[in-house]
Every structure is written in C-alpha cells, then in structure tokens.
Design a protein around this ligand. Structure first.
Ligand SMILES: Cc1ncc(COP(=O)(O)O)c(C=O)c1O
Length: 329
C-alpha cells in the first residue's frame, strides 16, 4: 500500500486486493454466485446473487476482519483490539480475533440485533452495549480504546478492511465475464469502495452502484456533496444504520462509483421478502438493499447482467416474524 502524495490517504491497489485474497483463502471459501429464474422474472434483468450471507458469520465483513487481523503487529496483538458495530463488522472482528488468538471488545448499540450480539459473544469477544445507535456506540468505543490502549479498528477508515472486502467483487468478476453492473449495499461504504477498486482494475466500463437507506443517507449525501456530512439515522436495516460518513471509503467512491441511490425502508422490506421467497435464503434487510435498488428502477437494469451483493443474512427471529405478520399471527 502506498501513500498518495496528494492526500496522505493510502492508495489501495489491485495488488493489495489480490494479496488479501491469498491471505484470507486458508480461512474463508469463495462464496457462491447464483442465478434464480424467479428473480430474473421479477426484475427483468439477468441477476447474479453474490451470496455473502453464506460466510461463516453470515456477512461479507469477515473478509476484511481476517485480512486486517492477520496483519496486526505483535504489539497490537498483545494490546487487543476494540471496535464499534451494529453487529456484522463486530462479528467479523470477533471471528478473526479468535482465529489469531487476539483479545477483542465490540461496542454495539443497546438495541443491537440479538442474533449478532450473541454470535459476537460466542466467538469469544467481549460485548459492550452502549447508546441508542451506532454513532453513540462508536464514540464510547473510541473513549475505551484511548483509556485501555486497545488497537481501535474503525469500521470504514481501514485500508486492510477495504482490500479484504474487495475480494468478493473480484470473485464475481473472475467467475462471470459479462457482468455490466455490481449493486452494493452501503453503510459506511467499505464494501462499495472495495467493489470500485476491483471493477476499475478489471474493466472501467463496469458500473458500480451504491445503495443506501433513505432513512440513513449520510454516505449518499457525502458522496453527492463532496464533503463528509452527518444525517439522521433511523433505518430499520441495522447493517446500513450509520449517521456519519467515513473519509477513506468516500475518497474511493468519489473516484469511481458510477451512481449512488437511496431506497425506502418499505422497499427494503419488500426486497427482503422477495429475496427469501425467490432464493430460499435467509437475508437481512441490509442484504436485500441491492435487490431493492433493482426493483425500484427496473428499466435501468432490464436485460442486463447485474450482480447484486447479498451482503448479509443475519436477520433476527423478531425481524423475520415481522416480515409476514399475518402468517405469524
Ligand atoms: C449486511 C450488511 N450489508 C451492508 C453493510 C454496509 O457495509 P459498509 O459499511 O461496508 O458500507 C453492512 C455493514 O455492517 C452489513 O452488515
């Protein structure tokens, strides 16, 4: 990784992404890329689903966590790591910390998805519940890091996380040569930044489209304005629920992202139901955001080969029951 002379922000190259792929390969298998005729019929596009919900922690983030923790210095391993998360990034850090014998602490909001919190704890990390939302948990985490001297792992401003998660996009493009667009759910933007790096290296003609929740649009507004801006954060899709934007993924998205769209929480719920019905996979609302974007603007994707990233499947029983209240009642 080299420093950019213009900005001090690290430049992540294809070489870094390839190295991340080699680094994570002993621990994480490539995930499936599947077509479902029923999804094609629903969307009018040729839809390839990248199944990051099949990762051992049920979300793409683990690629970044393994890539980062595998490269920690001896000193950082001894200090232990700390992070803040709504759940999936925390699972990623906990999973990787366990692999490499590093102590981990994960700060989550008080109302965190219980399935994710339980998994983080079962992986051996300490879970600290704090605050009403991700940003409150993040501020608490930063204070604990300073107080205890832990290595703080930011969920977006970490080149090794971005290089790690970029590997799913390389897998998509290595497996299917006719992909015209990759549609990626965005919270802080690490996944979309990774897709930008991979697509740019393979073929700059490939569109990368970010999707964020209308009810938590900080990254979207920042990308559109060119400044880092905060925004209200009330989406039900906790994987997308951040109220601030992160510098490093924003820089990468500004250079390459083709477009950025917003979807409503109702569209996220419709897409979650559709993903579960048409693919028979467990999908959390953030993991259905890419399908929501395709369903919201079908003309844009009609007849094209589109990869949609099913970024996570960690839906709680209560969320699942809420998707079909009549059936549950
Ligand atoms: C399932 C899921 N999808 C998408 C995202 C957004 O990822 P990023 O913060 O890299 O944009 C997350 C973040 O935690 C997630 O858990």
């Amino acid at each position: 990784m080299t420093e950019s002379p213009m900005t001090d922000s690290p430049r992540i190259s294809l070489r870094d992404v390839l190295a991340a792929g080699r680094r994570i390969a002993p621990y994480l298998r490539p995930t499936p890329l599947y077509r479902y005729p029923a999804l094609d019929a629903l969307t009018g596009a040729r839809v390839w689903v990248k199944h990051e919900n099949h990762q051992p922690v049920g979300a793409f983030k683990v690629r970044g966590g393994v890539n980062l923790i595998a490269q920690l210095s001896e000193r950082d391993r001894e200090r232990g790591v700390i992070t803040a998360s709504t759940g999936n990034h925390g699972q990623s850090v906990a999973y990787a910390a366990r692999l490499f014998g590093v102590r981990a602490t994960v700060c989550v909001p008080e109302g965190a998805n219980p399935v994710k919190a339980e998994s983080i704890r079962a992986l051996g990390a300490e879970v600290v519940f704090h605050g009403a939302d991700f940003d409150a948990a993040r501020e608490h985490c930063e204070a604990l890091a300073a107080e205890h001297g832990f290595r703080y792992i930011h969920s977006g401003n970490e080149p090794h996380l971005i290089a790690g998660v970029a590997t799913y996009s390389l897998e998509i493009l290595a497996e299917q040569s006719d992909i015209a667009a990759i549609v990626v759910p965005v919270g802080g933007g690490s996944g979309a930044a990774g897709a930008c790096l991979a697509a740019r290296a393979v073929d700059p003609g490939i569109e990368v489209i970010g999707v964020q929740a209308e009810a938590a649009p900080a990254a979207y507004l920042s990308w559109r304005s060119g400044d880092l801006v905060a925004a209200p954060n009330s989406t039900l899709a906790e994987g997308l629920a951040t109220g601030t934007a992160f510098d490093l993924p924003q820089r990468i998205m500004r250079e390459y992202l083709s477009d950025f769209v917003l979807v409503s929480d109702d569209a996220l719920l419709d897409a979650t139901r559709a993903m579960i019905e048409k693919t028979r996979n467990l999908v959390e609302p953030a993991g259905a955001a890419a399908l929501a974007a395709v369903l919201t603007d079908p003309d844009r994707f009609a007849g094209r080969s589109v990869a949609i990233v099913c970024s996570g499947g960690n839906i709680s029983p209560a969320q699942l029951a809420g998707l079909w209240p009549a059936a549950a009642g």
